[in-house]
Design a protein around this ligand. Structure first.
Ligand code: C2E
Ligand code: CA
Ligand code: CA
Ligand code: CA
Length: 278
């Protein structure tokens, strides 16, 4: 069925209905996903390029959907945010990631932190600090091994953000500014925010071998981080060339397919946590 839309565009109502139905179905599925244990946390190892050692992991959620297969977060995080399910989902991921990390520590694995992505909804949740404290207590993970990844867009109201960040600092967790360079954080605020790390966005890395501007931006971010005494990590490193450029520019912390993709906990364990164990 072809129909003229309000704005003059032609569209197919059948397609639209199908899409809407699909969306509704996915939403009701997502509601059940947590109870049914369908969510899975994958972990992407982060490396120090000089010592060739794993220095942390980022927790990245996936949905093992009964009929659609393994869904990437880009497909359901926005839906979770729209519907408010993000609170339960986010809490679940945090608890799961802390529990896993504590287990690895207890089993004699390296004492490395886990980075967990916070959505802006969670960041502005009034009980954020309380429930993170509870999760840390419940799982027994020391706060310094939990790093929270937030984005510049969450810092639009500096006074509010600084307050939340200070509370998290008191708790002892670490804070990383994700996708750095893609938002529009005012640089003057950067020094006021109690954060620990900048994570250089993949979009500056992709063409870094060919693109002088990207190279300039990245080396500037690295220099700025060093001057502000902030830690810095680059994400989305896929090639040796990209790795070499970052190393030359004194960014030794690396995350990307070049070293490792996001992996199931079991795979991380056999490949990186207890590689010598049979
Ligand atoms: P992000 O936080 O920027 O995570 C990095 C994304 O880049 C991940 O996609 C990862 O798989 C991918 N990636 C890692 N290395 C490479 C590389 O070398 N090349 C390329 N092309 N990609 C690479 P993923 O897992 O699909 O996650 C997408 C986004 O979903 C994340 O982006 C994050 O914003 C969001 N997300 C994931 N898990 C959670 C979660 O538990 N809570 C919230 N609120 N958001 C999450
Ligand atoms: Ca992230
Ligand atoms: Ca990122
Ligand atoms: Ca991103």
């Amino acid at each position: 069925v072809k129909r003229q839309g309000k704005n003059g565009h032609l569209f197919y109502t059948d397609d639209l209905d199908a899409q809407l139905l699909d969306h509704i179905e996915l939403e009701s599925d997502l509601r059940k996903a947590i109870e049914r244990d369908e969510l899975v946390v994958y972990y992407q190892p982060q490396f120090h390029s000089e010592y060739n050692r794993m220095i942390g992991v980022e927790a990245l959620v996936r949905w093992n959907h009964p009929t659609r297969g393994l869904l990437s977060p880009g497909l359901f995080i926005p839906l979770a945010e729209e519907t408010g399910l993000i609170y339960d989902l986010g809490t679940w991921v945090l608890r799961e990631a802390c529990r896993q990390m504590k287990r690895w520590h207890d089993e004699g694995g390296p004492l490395i932190p886990v980075s967990v992505n916070l959505s802006s909804h969670q960041f502005h949740q009034s009980n954020l600090v309380t429930y993170i404290r509870n999760i840390l207590q419940e799982t027994g993970l020391a706060p310094e091994y939990l790093e929270l990844e937030i984005t510049e867009s969450m810092m639009m109201d500096p006074a509010v953000s600084i307050h939340i960040l200070e509370e998290l600092n008191k708790l002892g967790t670490r804070i990383s500014l994700d996708d750095f360079g893609t938002g529009y954080s005012s640089l003057s605020y950067l020094k006021k925010f109690p954060i620990h790390k900048l994570k250089i966005d993949r979009s500056f890395i992709t063409d870094i071998s060919q693109n002088r501007n990207d190279r300039a931006i990245v080396s500037t971010i690295i220099a700025m981080a060093q001057n502000l005494k902030l830690d810095v990590i680059a994400e989305g490193i896929e090639t040796k060339d990209q790795l070499d450029i970052l190393t030359e520019n004194d960014c030794k912390k690396i995350q990307g397919y070049y070293f490792a993709s996001p992996l199931s906990a079991a795979d991380v364990e056999t490949m990186f946590i207890m590689p010598s164990r049979e």
